[in-house]
Design a protein around this ligand. Sequence first.
Ligand SMILES: Cc1cc2nc3c(=O)[nH]c(=O)nc-3n(C[C@H](O)[C@H](O)[C@H](O)COP(=O)(O)OP(=O)(O)OC[C@H]3O[C@@H](n4cnc5c(N)ncnc54)[C@H](O)[C@@H]3O)c2cc1C
Length: 350
Amino acid sequence: MNDSKPKLAIIGAGVSGLAAAWALKDADWEVFVFEKSRGPSGRAATRTVHGIRVDHGANYFKIDSPLLEELVLRELPNEGLIQIPGNVYLFNKENVVSKGDMRINEEIKWNYRNGISELGKRIATVSDAKIIKQTRVVGLEEISDSSWEIISEEGKKCGVFDAIIFTPPAPQVLELISESKNLPSLSDLKGLLGESKFHRQFSIIMGFDQRIGRPSDCCAMLNEDRRHPISWLGFEDAKSGRVGIGASVIVAQMSPEWSMSYYDSCEDIIYNEALAEVSKLIDVPPSGPLWKSKQRWKYAHPKVALDVDELEECSPEGWFFCGDSFVGRGRVGEAILTGFDAANRILGVE
Ligand SMILES: Cc1cc2nc3c(=O)[nH]c(=O)nc-3n(C[C@H](O)[C@H](O)[C@H](O)COP(=O)(O)OP(=O)(O)OC[C@H]3O[C@@H](n4cnc5c(N)ncnc54)[C@H](O)[C@@H]3O)c2cc1C
């Protein structure tokens, strides 16, 4: 009977939290996923700009483990799953562009025709969990030593849960726990969460009414020496079916250093400076882009990996953690695997 099942709250419907929900689908848990945004998928993010689906977070994902193959290729619907053709070129701080690293280019670059956020949406659908959108969790209240009330914005009580999986970037989890009233001091846990550091990043999106010149086999460009103001230049028109013939959409992911120094600058400065850097790598029309858009990521990529076992050891029993904070780099596939691991720990599976 459903009523007698223990209740699990997963905070965050990014790919790691959703993977945990999916992995617990047939287990004896009633699973609720709380997500602050309007839709699932977190930083595997897509938005519609001028009628075009644009990935403004992760650009593609890899399927490089049997568990990912099982989830993405066998469990999720394959319709609209695409492989991005072409190579990732390299560039250095002197703006010299070269043919890419064969190692990167041999890997299949997966995405969806409708955007990478399809990944989260599809996992959410097959997980059977209740996804509670537009609900930012702002606090927890200890009800007993093995149950907690979830509090959302406006002080709304969202139910009492027997276990919780925390999935947002560790600094955000620290904020949430620190702002919760009626919890034990948890100073060791807070100390460990405080060791997490994330890079900030701007994604600058530019739309052109002509095809921007680039090598015909180039789908993106990566800064190889990490000394350029741009880290990654992605061409959305390389993703089949996204952009009409005779148009281009570019996503420039600016370097952490650039992003820090322009973090609070006004829009015009951000766009002009980013366009100036893009123009050093590819020929853009003198009239500039037809339209532009941007995303400012406060927590884009983790700089270090936290040890999840250490963290859970100093947490109340029933608290679990997953997400790329425990990987130490931003990777969709690896974040998903942390979600599977959290589910296994809940089930007591080694
Ligand atoms: C610009 C950029 C480019 C990237 N490029 C790539 C790439 O090309 N390939 C690749 O593999 N990876 C890439 N990554 C990294 C990849 O996107 C992440 O590693 C992965 O998506 C992390 O998933 P997650 O579930 O750990 O975290 P998230 O996706 O951050 O999920 C956490 C979720 O929690 C929600 N949330 C946060 N706080 C609360 C709260 N208080 N209450 C409720 N919900 C909350 C958030 O809205 C979010 O949905 C990129 C990331 C960025 C930002």
